[in-house]
Design a protein around this ligand. Structure first.
Ligand code: ADP
Ligand code: MG
Ligand code: MG
Ligand code: MG
Length: 603
């Protein structure tokens, strides 16, 4: 998660004392980056995905499954293993994550511009899973690496192995069910981030998730664990820690653009696609052991990572620093920024004076209203002008659905990149590869055909809310740009087309058909991915969330009371393990005939 760095993190009061100085360092570094890199041209189309994997341990005798706190042991082994692999395309970069039951896997070498790279994504994802599974299986028959966007009973009962004590005394935040021992011991940023978020906010996190009201769910529903907590709301599941959010897993994809200009254009066009892909990727219907009325994780982390004080929450348009992308970046789309976000005026003025266009300057001016919640002591005062630590650190501590990543000062190989961040992780490599490749192709379609998908920010925000709703792919409509202007369309129309809009999948198919340099295997694989996206949007295949929900509702021991018991969770995760390791088909989420021909090497 975010920029990694070794060293000792500063305490919040130390950071607080240096805020003005830190902002000056950050702005100066941004200006150096901008003046050095704004005219950079002809960078190649490189790109890569990030997958967050969950480690679990099954207890077959007692029909239980628990989160396995083992990432700190696995990561050094994985680093050693990959150091010995000299083929960059078969090498994986493993990163620690906030929680000790999560590891993040990234292709060591980003994918390139050749079409056959699109055919390596799934093989690379499979390799990642195999690398970890091999080590887990050497030690136990019961330990697995899975892709789960939110562990169903995270925060409920005894949900970890080894067991950890859950009580306010074991949590810096005084959480009742998310103790500090969940936090990765080898990621010094995380503990500091949780502590500083909490200190800055002046209260512990308070997250209320609407419960799914089944026929036997008590009316009103009270979350028993929190019965004495003034923050709870009737008919809501309660979560009381930043760690509740940081334990969720996502799929992110980063694209390098040819130039700064192209990266801004790409950012603006991907912005309205964020809620659309969040909706298609929905995979989180269960929270703390209860079926909820939402399908996605985004808004949960948004509340968990929120560092605003009580006063700041009252300020208009000052949202959580983890939120939907708040503005377009190019001047031509300025009129669509219809929600006026607060900015640091002195920063904006300075950036404009140095030649940055107004809309981009406003974007950065908004980032600079946030405090850098984590600072490693050895970077506090820069000793020279060769790196852009303070800018990148702050940029990586603002979590929007998109992130503009300018080239770092100390790496001339890196160009302007856009990171796409809204999606829930999918249970299978096929599912993750399908969304990743679809999105990569969408970037080509956007640039090749000069697509204009932009709609006002207020409508994007509304789409984000709708995307969270239960079964939103089939039940909701979304604001979308058609040839006749912005209209409300259902997911099937957006993806598969209407009289007024070609449809995103037909546009990708057109692009593929016009390219003559795509080999047969790659074409075949891409078509399977497009079928998945198309059928999911049409409702003939289920999102992961809808399938998980159905699994619970039809489980023989489910009592129509919204409770996902240990046993239901055990059966669900066992099923997910079987499906994701190819031992069982799941025709509701992927037609068995959707086979791909992926390989590790592009050619
Ligand atoms: P973060 O967690 O800050 O987003 P990571 O290093 O975990 O950063 O992930 C970066 C992603 O960007 C990976 O998918 C990686 O493959 C990709 N990537 C790295 N270098 C480039 C590049 N030059 N162009 C495009 N993508 C890149
Ligand atoms: Mg991550
Ligand atoms: Mg990462
Ligand atoms: Mg990332």
């Amino acid at each position: 998660m975010g920029l990694l760095s070794e060293g000792h993190p500063l305490a919040w009061n130390e950071i607080k004392a240096a805020l003005e100085q830190l902002r000056t360092y950050g702005v100066d570094q941004l200006l150096r980056v901008y003046s050095k890199c704004k005219d950079r041209q002809r960078d190649s189309f490189t790109w890569g995905d990030e997958l967050e994997y969950t480690l679990v341990k099954f207890d077959h005798e007692n029909k239980k499954v628990q989160l396995l706190l083992k990432a700190h042991k696995l990561l050094p082994i994985l680093h050693e293993l990959n150091k010995k692999i000299d083929d960059g395309e078969c090498c994986i970069a493993w990163h620690p994550e906030a929680c000790d039951f999560v590891v993040e896997g990234v292709p060591f070498q980003p994918y390139g511009f050749l079409p056959s790279h699109l055919n390596t994504v799934e093989a690379n994802m499979r390799l990642r899973r195999e690398q970890v599974q091999k080590f887990l299986s050497e030690q136990s028959d019961n330990e697995f690496i899975l892709n789960i966007a939110a562990f169903p009973r995270y925060g409920q009962g005894e949900y970890t192995f080894p067991p950890v004590e859950c009580s306010p005394a074991h949590s810096t935040e005084k959480s009742l069910c998310f103790p500090d021992s969940l936090i990765s011991p080898i990621h010094p940023r995380t503990k500091s981030l949780s502590e500083n978020t909490n200190e800055r906010r002046g209260a512990k996190a308070s997250i209320n998730v609407p419960i799914y009201k089944d026929t036997c769910t008590p009316i009103p529903f009270h979350d028993e664990l929190f019965k004495d907590d003034p923050n709870i709301i009737d008919d809501h599941i309660h979560l009381d820690s930043t760690t509740a959010g940081w334990g969720c897993c996502c799929l992110q994809v980063t694209f390098q653009a040819e130039s700064c200009e192209e990266s801004l254009e790409l950012y603006d066009q991907l912005l309205p696609l964020c809620p659309i892909l969040l909706c298609l990727s929905a995979a989180c219907p269960i929270w703390r052991g209860y079926l909820s009325d939402i399908d996605c994780r985004w808004n949960i982390i948004s509340e968990a990572a929120d560092d605003r004080t009580a006063e700041e929450r009252k300020q208009k348009n000052l949202f959580s620093r983890y939120c939907s992308t708040p503005c377009y970046l190019t001047d031509k789309n300025k009129h669509l920024n219809d929600i006026k976000i607060p900015v640091c005026e002195t920063v904006v003025t300075k950036l404009i004076e140095e030649g940055m266009p107004e809309t981009l300057a406003n974007h950065f001016g908004h980032i600079f209203i946030r405090d850098p919640l984590v600072i490693m002591d050895r970077f506090l005062h820069p000793t020279d002008d060769t790196n852009s630590y303070h800018f990148e650190n702050l940029n990586s501590l603002v979590w929007n659905t998109l992130r503009l990543k300018p080239p770092p000062l100390d790496d001339d190989k890196m160009g302007w990149r856009v990171e796409f961040r809204p999606m829930d992780i999918q249970m299978t490599d096929f599912g993750n590869a399908a969304l990743t490749v679809f999105l990569a192709l969408m970037t080509r379609v956007i640039i090749t055909y000069g697509l204009n998908l932009t709609i006002p920010i207020s409508q994007v925000n509304e789409n984000m809310n709708r995307a969270h709703h239960r079964d939103s792919t089939r039940q909701e409509k979304f604001y979308f740009q058609s040839t006749t202007g912005v209209t409300e369309m259902c997911m099937n129309e957006i993806i598969n087309g209407t009289n007024d809009f070609r449809g995103l999948v037909p546009l990708v198919r057109q692009y593929i058909s016009e390219r003559e340099d795509i080999d047969a295997d790659t074409r075949y694989t891409i078509e399977q991915y497009l079928l998945l996206v198309s059928k999911r949007a049409a409702g003939t295949l289920l999102t992961n969330a809808s399938w998980i929900r159905q699994f619970v509702l039809s489980h023989p021991s489910y009592k129509q009371d919204s409770i996902v018991s240990e046993e239901i969770q055990y059966d669900l995760l066992k099923k997910i393990e079987q499906i994701s390791n190819g031992r069982e088909d799941c025709p509701q989420i992927k037609h068995p005939k959707m086979e791909t021909h992926t390989e590790l090497h592009a050619h």
